[in-house]
Design a protein around this ligand. Structure first.
Ligand code: 3PY
Length: 251
């Protein structure tokens, strides 16, 4: 098993960040900062397939596992990035058990799933296919994202799906979907996070959460959450530049 997946399954606290800047230099700078993993954002980021493979290469140089947030749970969204050597996938907007099962089918080889065999980078461009087939199900992390009111309603069925490693909670989308934006809605979003986290832990899954800042990671860890995506390269760049400019102006 890859040490990344092993740490996920052991609920080791893992701190990653979204990589949204479509250039390998940004991946190298981010990877050198020492995260436990990166998640290349091909759902919201403007990052195409060929570039994803180069971004994964850049992360590999620094030995930082690079997952990819794919655009959806269809096989054509998942297969290419795994073939390119991603350490796993984060599948967004999983709101039903059927969608969760489709994510497993696209990610895992039989008997767990239905992933197709390809001569990609992960399999030594073809010459290492038999070895890759033996280890891929054990090595790759599958995280699915619960971030809708429908997903919250169906949480028990989703967390029960075999083949999923991490139930990742998206509080931003949840707050929109629950019509709970702003400070007044915050308690309802927190309740939703705690409900999803408790159901996932009870089903033996690792729980992940997006946080825009590190300030409350301790509190969420007390709720059994161990897998964090902390903001993104663009968010860190903007925030630290704004703070630096403000400090310089007031000096
Ligand atoms: C959310 O907070 O909804 C996310 O998807 C994080 O990117």
């Amino acid at each position: 098993m890859s040490s990344f997946r092993e740490k996920c399954l052991q609920h080791t606290r893992l701190i990653g960040t979204f990589a949204a800047i479509p250039h390998p230099v940004a991946i190298e700078v981010t990877a050198a900062a020492g995260p436990d993993f990166l998640c290349i954002d091909a759902e919201h980021g403007q990052i195409g397939r060929e570039l994803i493979e180069n971004l994964i290469r850049a992360a590999d140089v620094h030995r930082v596992p690079a997952m990819v947030r794919v655009p959806g749970h269809a096989p054509e969204s998942v297969a290419g990035v795994l073939d390119a050597g991603a350490a796993g996938v984060l599948v967004p907007r999983v709101s039903t058990a059927a969608q969760a099962k489709a994510a497993v089918a696209a990610t895992r080889y039989p008997p767990l799933g239905e992933r197709g065999v390809g001569p990609g980078r992960a399999a030594g461009y073809g010459y290492r296919i038999p070895d890759y087939l033996k280890s891929a199900n054990e090595d790759l992390v599958l995280a699915v994202q619960i971030e809708t009111a429908e997903g919250l309603t169906n949480v028990e069925e989703i967390v029960a799906v075999e083949g999923i490693d991490v139930i990742f909670i998206g509080p931003g989308d949840l707050s929109v979907s629950l019509n709970a934006l702003g400070p007044n809605g915050a308690p309802r979003v927190e309740d939703a996070i705690l409900t999803i986290a408790a159901a996932a832990r009870k089903a033996g899954k690792t729980v992940g959460l997006f946080r825009p800042s590190p300030d409350d990671i301790g509190k969420w860890s007390d709720a059994g959450i161990s897998f964090y995506l902390l903001a993104s390269d663009t968010m860190f760049l903007g925030a630290s530049l704004a703070a630096g400019i403000a400090t310089a102006r007031n000096a």
